[in-house]
Write a protein that binds this ligand. Structure first.
Ligand SMILES: Nc1ncnc2c1ncn2[C@@H]1O[C@H](COP(=O)(O)OP(=O)(O)OP(=O)(O)O)[C@@H](O)[C@H]1O
Ligand SMILES: [Mg+2]
Length: 432
């Protein structure tokens, strides 16, 4: 949807703004964001919505109905604030065997100057390669972005147009996932009467909102701790170099607290966020906290336990989690001088003292990353748990060559579900 806007700074040159809508389908909740973007300035948030959801397990859609209900509710809240109806969204995928690799393709130029036709032929060869190899392996391509070119063996060329050459090659950065998780996510969104513009790997979206160019150039690892999944995205030389997903998250800390102190999950969640921490101090042995009984109607009194006991349970799970993060970083080659800086985000990063804990556990420099780059992000969506959501908008606001565009097709998708009117009809039908 394009809207011409006139403001005092651009009175001479009307700019076109586009609506971008994003959905973060997470293990603990679904969040929606709507923004206006003109391609030059920071996108402007005009609506946001959040709905708790227990239809997603470890980042994968496990209950279609619950997930689509939460998607609909979160998006309707955002649409109400924005005052418009959304037709299609960018949505994230954080699990499902995400893999990042480089595919190289080469064509013959026969000594002439490289022209647009050659560039188009090279990208067509790239698309053919991706459609062939990856589709044959039964995987779906989320992104396939041409990166650096090689002209007659000279690599690292950013723009080869105009060069005389015999051979022209390009490295294509390809991100793939197992097909069933993509289809299930696609289906959940479409069942909520929204079209899927593109499925973006969480690590890619999150990086767009949290990392700066210098970090990406020098080398940085982004660790997003969600409720059920922790994703690791390693960058170097300005590019994403590798991805890993760990099936553990902050929800496991909650589950451990609930099991250890025999209390309900909701009470354990409150203990974690209000009284919990990743670092301890001698005072924690004297600070007593109240643990509500499992069944409050049973006449049982709340128990009082030293805060140190709560922190011990939290740290035991964090030891396990950061052991896996450390292994993933080493497996991805995030070592040496370029492997020193780690940024932690996701709702789990909001735990008190987490940066200090992580710094010790990983023996690297750690900062907590929160979303930036958007104007007007509401306070409730400004925390580390909303980095991926903000990143989806930023990812969608930049135009790029993506050879995987429209790579995800779902058989049986009704064309009218993609239009605003079709969506309205579909919703009415569902209510009858
Ligand atoms: N202040 C806080 N202290 C500790 N933990 C917190 C805090 N705020 C949020 N969390 C935890 O963060 C988790 C939610 O994070 P997030 O919203 O990033 O996950 P998600 O996207 O729903 O799940 P996933 O990405 O794993 O599918 C919950 O487990 C929640 O308890
Ligand atoms: Mg998440």
């Amino acid at each position: 949807m394009a809207v011409a806007v006139l403001s005092p700074t651009n009175l001479l040159k009307p700019r076109t703004e586009r609506v971008i809508a994003a959905l973060d389908v997470g293990t603990s909740r679904v969040a929606a964001l709507i923004a206006m973007a003109d391609g030059d300035n920071a996108p402007r948030v005009i609506g946001a919505g959040v709905r708790a959801c227990n239809g997603v397990r470890r980042g994968l859609v496990a209950d279609m109905e619950r997930t689509e209900t939460a998607i609909r509710a979160a998006m309707m809240q955002a649409e109400k604030a924005a005052g418009l109806q959304i037709e299609s969204v960018l949505v994230n995928l954080s699990a499902g065997g995400l893999r990042s690799e480089i595919a190289s393709v080469e064509i013959d130029i026969a000594g002439h100057r490289i022209a647009e036709d050659d560039m188009a032929a090279l990208l067509a060869a790239g698309r053919q390669r991706i459609d062939g190899d990856i589709a044959r392996a039964g995987r779906s391509t989320l992104h396939a972005e041409p990166t650096l070119y090689t002209v007659d063996g000279l690599d690292g060329v950013t723009n080869p147009r105009g060069f005389h050459a015999d051979r022209l090659a390009v490295d294509i950065h390809v991100l793939t996932a197992a097909t069933p998780p993509c289809r299930n996510l696609d289906l959940a969104v479409r069942n909520a009467h929204l079209g899927v513009e593109s499925i973006v790997a969480s690590g890619v979206a999150c990086s767009a909102a949290v990392l700066n160019d210098e970090e990406r150039e020098l080398g940085v690892a982004l660790v997003e701790i969600g409720a059920g999944i922790t994703t690791v995205a390693v960058h170097g030389g300005g590019m994403l170099a590798g991805l890993a997903s760990i099936a553990m998250g902050s929800g496991d800390i909650t589950a451990d607290i609930a099991a250890t102190f025999a209390t309900r999950r909701a009470a354990a969640e409150r203990l974690k966020t209000l009284n919990g921490a990743a670092t301890s101090s001698p005072r924690d042995n004297h600070d007593m906290i109240e643990v509500p009984p499992l069944d409050p109607d049973d006449g049982q009194e709340p128990r009082r336990v030293p805060r140190a006991e709560l922190i011990a349970v939290i740290r035991a799970r964090l030891d396990l989690l950061f052991g896996e993060v450390s292994d993933a970083l080493n497996d991805l080659g995030f070592t040496g001088i370029a492997g020193r800086q780690v940024v932690i985000t996701g709702g789990g990063a909001e735990l008190r003292g987490l940066a200090d804990f992580a710094q010790g556990a990983l023996n690297r420099t750690v900062r907590i990353g929160r979303p930036r780059g958007l104007v007007g992000l509401p306070e409730a969506q400004a925390g580390a748990g909303f980095s991926t959501l903000a990143g989806l908008i930023l990812h969608g606001s930049v135009s790029r060559v993506d050879l995987a565009r429209n790579a995800i097709h779902l058989p049986g998708t009704t064309p009218e579900a993609r239009t605003g009117l079709g969506r309205l009809f579909a919703m009415l039908k569902k209510q009858i």
